[in-house]
Design a protein around this ligand. Structure first.
Ligand SMILES: [Zn+2]
Length: 359
């Protein structure tokens, strides 16, 4: 297994930004062994790519939440990398579903066309997309599974944005570790140790409350080591292109560990700090503002809403919280001196405030 060349040499150049749909990946699939394994609620194809004939089988699926596209971009980078570095596949057999929820991807929604969260449908299998994934899981019979998502910018760890978060989901209410979950946690340890020199402490561990309706928990319960990977915020990277690169490295680190059966110790995973909801996109500290007619002094947090406009995602700021937010952080914490002569109303347009601050 050769060391991999610089990321820029194989990153898929035809994908960028947050809005990634079947239309974007369709033209890329001809380079790979792909097929249609089902159709979405509104009839869009659900694609699967197979790669490698090795003994360790790995199932990876992305965009079961339609508006979570970063891990999909990283998957297409991975495919491009493996196409030119086939020795990496000697011991691997991959089944990759890049967009499980193409209707949600097109509409830029978390849910599918029936407004159902597919990651709460693992028991009922009420949705066609859920059944497609379960059938692939049953037929392919993977040795490892990767459940790939994006997380919101609110998540932080160690007072920094959580650029990548990992979870070895629980398989029971008591959140015990059996051999299956331990292996998933060891995979997470391996990723952490590989990424840590690159992004330091910006790696979090997700809350492991057991929910059998979540697909990761269900697959873990079925005895297949399953790892949840959440792509998160990196400073000044709302298009998540930098995060995409780190997620790609996470994939490569994990696949190398699986191919060589060499995993880091579970204690590494257990020592990763848990994600906390402590971030706003903007945090205005110690400002004067009007709220419901009352003049107040305190902190104001603004959060972006992601809105689909003309086939791309617009980021529209909105007021999110006010009061004493001294325990929180802002991805941007502007100098607010200019607001001293401008009493803004918390009910009014957040964009006006940002304009005043030249943001
Ligand atoms: Zn998600």
């Amino acid at each position: 297994m050769n060391p991999f060349p610089p990321y820029s040499s194989f990153a898929e150049p035809k994908l960028s930004g947050r809005y990634i749909t079947n239309t974007h990946i369709d033209p890329l699939l001809s380079d790979y062994n792909h097929s249609i394994i089902g159709h979405s609620t509104s009839g869009l194809p659900i694609y699967r790519i197979r790669m490698g004939t090795g003994s360790s089988k790995v199932l990876m699926w992305s965009q079961m939440h339609g508006n979570e596209s970063t891990t999909t971009k990283s998957l297409l980078d991975l495919l491009r990398f493996l196409n030119t570095n086939p020795d990496w596949l000697d011991n691997l057999q991959l089944s990759i579903i890049p967009i499980l929820n193409p209707d949600g991807a097109k509409a830029y929604t978390r849910v599918n066309a029936n407004q159902v969260d597919l990651n709460r449908d693992a028991i009922d299998l009420s949705q066609v997309e859920s059944r497609v994934l379960r059938e692939e899981f049953d037929q392919f019979s993977p040795d490892y599974a990767f459940n790939l998502h994006d997380q919101r910018t609110i998540f932080g760890v160690n007072g920094k944005p959580a650029t990548v978060s990992l979870l070895a989901p629980a398989f029971d209410q008591n959140r015990n570790y059996n051999s299956c979950r331990t292996l998933a946690a060891q995979l997470a340890s391996t990723i952490f140790e590989g990424l840590h020199p690159m992004i330091g402490s910006q790696i979090g561990r997700f809350d492991d409350s057991f929910n059998p309706n979540c697909v990761g928990d269900a697959f873990q319960s079925a005895g297949v080591p399953t790892l949840l990977v959440e792509a998160g915020h990196y400073p000044d990277d709302y298009e998540r292109e930098k995060t995409r690169e780190y997620v790609f490295y996470a994939y490569v680190l994990a696949l190398k560990a699986i191919a060589t059966s060499s995993f880091s110790d579970i204690s590494v995973y257990c020592s990763i700090p848990e994600n906390q909801k402590l971030f706003f996109d903007f945090l205005l500290r110690d400002v004067r503002y009007l709220e419901n007619g009352d003049m107040k002094r305190g902190d104001v947090g603004l959060q972006y809403k992601e809105v689909l406009q003309n086939s791309s995602i617009a980021f529209q700021a909105a007021f999110s919280a006010s009061g004493d937010l001294s325990h929180c952080f802002g991805h941007i914490e502007p100098n607010c001196e200019k607001l001293d002569w401008f009493d803004f109303k918390i009910e009014e347009s957040a964009q006006n405030v940002l304009n005043t601050l030249d943001l």
